[in-house]
Design a protein around this ligand. Sequence first.
Ligand SMILES: Cc1ncc(COP(=O)(O)O)c(C=O)c1O
Length: 400
Amino acid sequence: MADRPFLPYGRQTIDEDDIAAVTQVLRGDYLTTGPNSASFDQVLAQSTGARHAIGCANGTAALHLAALALDLGPGDCVVVPAITFTATANAARFVGAEVEFADVDPLTGLMRVDDARAAIARAQAKGWKVRALFPVHLAGQVCDMAGLAELARDHDLAVVEDACHALGGVFDGHRVGDCAFSALSVFSFHPVKTVAMGEGGAVTTNDDALAGRLRDLRSHGITRDPTRFQRPDLAFDEHGQPNSWHYEMLDLGFNYRLSDIACALGLSQLAKLPAFVARRAQLVARYDRLLAPLAPLLFPTNRRPRQNPGWHLYVALVDFPGLGRSRAQVMESLRTRGIGTQVHYIPVPDQPYYVARYGRPILPGAQAYFLKCLSLPLYPGLGDDDQDRVIDALFQELRP
Ligand SMILES: Cc1ncc(COP(=O)(O)O)c(C=O)c1O
């Protein structure tokens, strides 16, 4: 066993062609703001089916840009599911908006329409102006977007899909990120995600005005477009010719750009997205089949209908009290067998920052999901023999 590699819960899949793509940029003229950055936005838009893609530094920056582009701010409230990475909620706080946490389905971890509706009512009772829903496509499964979009219409809310887990998925005839039911969708290209860029993120949208704002905000709020200049005295020389050096800062933006190095890797990885999604789906189906005898001590999350998810995580729900062992004990024992597992996620409202701000809301679905969830190794480079090691280890842990 000692010579067998440790199997983490997630990792990047990098081939020689990815390395060659990055090396080529390093030998070229543009390390940033070059042709790879422009191509990455184009190819991601094509891949998701959205009119625009705005690549940016990471998924957290993408969420921040989304909150800024929607003009969310103090006095506003965003509804965020309790089960997600902290960044989804933090994006509202970055711009001074409040967060109302919604409960989730204990068997999928996803925010349902009724969870969002109840959260809106709680926020309104506090006197907050609810402006947006940030549903999260946890593990790759897509929320009920048609239902959430209808709820958002009824309450005049913007919808931002946190699709950081879900790139490459298809649901109800839509590609994740096509924004058919939302203003904006947000992605992360962290190494454990389906497409790896080291650090990377993006926002997709079909709204030209939002796309323009996102591009400005990604790069200091600065424009070089003469049609938008407000200072003709600086923009033109004494002969009325444009000054080539002129630029104007129209908004308070950030440096959230991606480098061409990261974009070259992203482009190389995006070309393999269908293969990555297919291998992940194969591994998920294999886990489902081979782990089935462990039910009801261990069973997969419920599957949403009419979806082919771009699976990011394989979450098993484990009855630890029924097993008579704590999650920590099981995780540690698996670790000694060379198998990495993880918890996705501690409910965000239980984080000390949010407890100090809002107290502890009672969200039973989120608590039930949290107590059971355990993410097993899932990445395209996981071979069937590696997966068999995970499955054997789980049988030994749960049925010694
Ligand atoms: C659901 C979700 N939202 C947002 C993020 C933030 O993405 P990044 O790590 O690229 O900033 C993550 C990353 O882990 C995530 O899982």
